[in-house]
Design a protein around this ligand. Structure first.
Ligand code: 15L
Length: 268
């Protein structure tokens, strides 16, 4: 498949770009920064909040899918989060419709439901329950994917990613970790699942202590192979563990994240 990957120079993007190329896909990279050394294939330095620039890239070659990973991976202001996650997703969806790209795979986040108290294994059918403005923007981006699936018949998949990294580094991450290799497996499953329409899945590895239901991913062909438990003896318990286990969003649910939505300076 020929796939445009946004945020291709980022930590998830780098792994996905290399991993998809290794699996025989033709990857077109897009990021705010130039291609890393050793990157083969086309690369565009583009800001995804610019719809004209995004459309020009998508117009330049036939694409089988877009994998949208670009975006600030942390809490910010409401408007900043909206630009980073909703405006960029809208620009890509509009370009997909205009140039017949049939599928968009999106890096959503567990923080779209992060304020959900952690009890049983969390299904994808719970109500949107963000823990931050970052989470609010992820909910809105998922809503856009749903809208474009219904209106235009696009296949749109929202991967609610947990904690991506080389290995889990906290007790929470023994439940929420997504390994590099499983991330590539997840994205490839999302690219190749037959006619999914709009779909939501949790992006974690096959963690023994998983908090989130992996069945929706498995139904799409995602077969995670790694388990955070293999690293459990290296993870030190910490004071924050109990608070982080109260809601699925962990640290993002804490009071340090409580702040005004519109961070304009207040007049004296
Ligand atoms: C995310 O979505 C964030 O991008 C990342 O910074 C972590 O907070 C991660 O989730 C997580 O929940 O561990």
């Amino acid at each position: 498949m020929r796939v445009l990957v946004t945020g291709a120079a980022g930590s998830i993007g780098r792994g996905v770009t290399v991993g998809l190329a290794d699996r025989g896909h033709e990857v077109v990279g897009l990021d705010l920064v130039p291609a890393p050394d050793g990157q083969d294939g086309r690369w565009y330095v583009v800001d995804c909040t610019d719809p004209d620039a995004v459309r020009a890239v998508v117009a330049e070659q036939p694409l089988d899918a877009i994998v949208h990973l670009a975006g600030h991976p942390d809490e910010g202001s409401l408007t900043g989060s909206f630009d980073s996650h909703v405006v960029t997703t809208a620009a890509l969806l509009d370009a997909a419709v205009a140039h017949d790209v049939p599928r968009v795979v999106y890096a959503s986040s567990n923080h779209a439901v992060g304020r959900t108290p952690r009890t049983d294994l969390l299904s994808v059918d719970v109500r949107p329950r963000p823990d931050t403005f970052y989470g609010v923007a992820k909910v809105a981006a998922e809503a856009l994917l749903s809208l474009y699936a219904d209106r235009y018949g696009l296949d749109t998949l929202a991967c609610r990613i947990g904690s991506f990294g080389p290995e889990p580094t906290s007790v929470r991450q023994l439940s929420t970790w997504l390994s590099h290799d499983d991330c590539v497996r997840m994205v490839e499953a999302c690219l190749t699942a037959p006619a999914p329409g709009f779909a939501v899945l949790y992006g974690i590895s096959a963690n023994t202590r998983a908090w989130w239901d992996l069945e929706p991913g498995r139904a799409l062909g995602y077969r995670p192979m790694d388990d955070a438990e293999a690293f459990a003896d290296r993870v030190e318990p910490a004071l924050a563990d109990a608070a982080e286990a109260a809601h699925v969003g962990g640290p993002f649910t804490g009071e340090p994240y409580y702040r005004p939505a519109l961070d304009r300076p207040v007049a004296p």
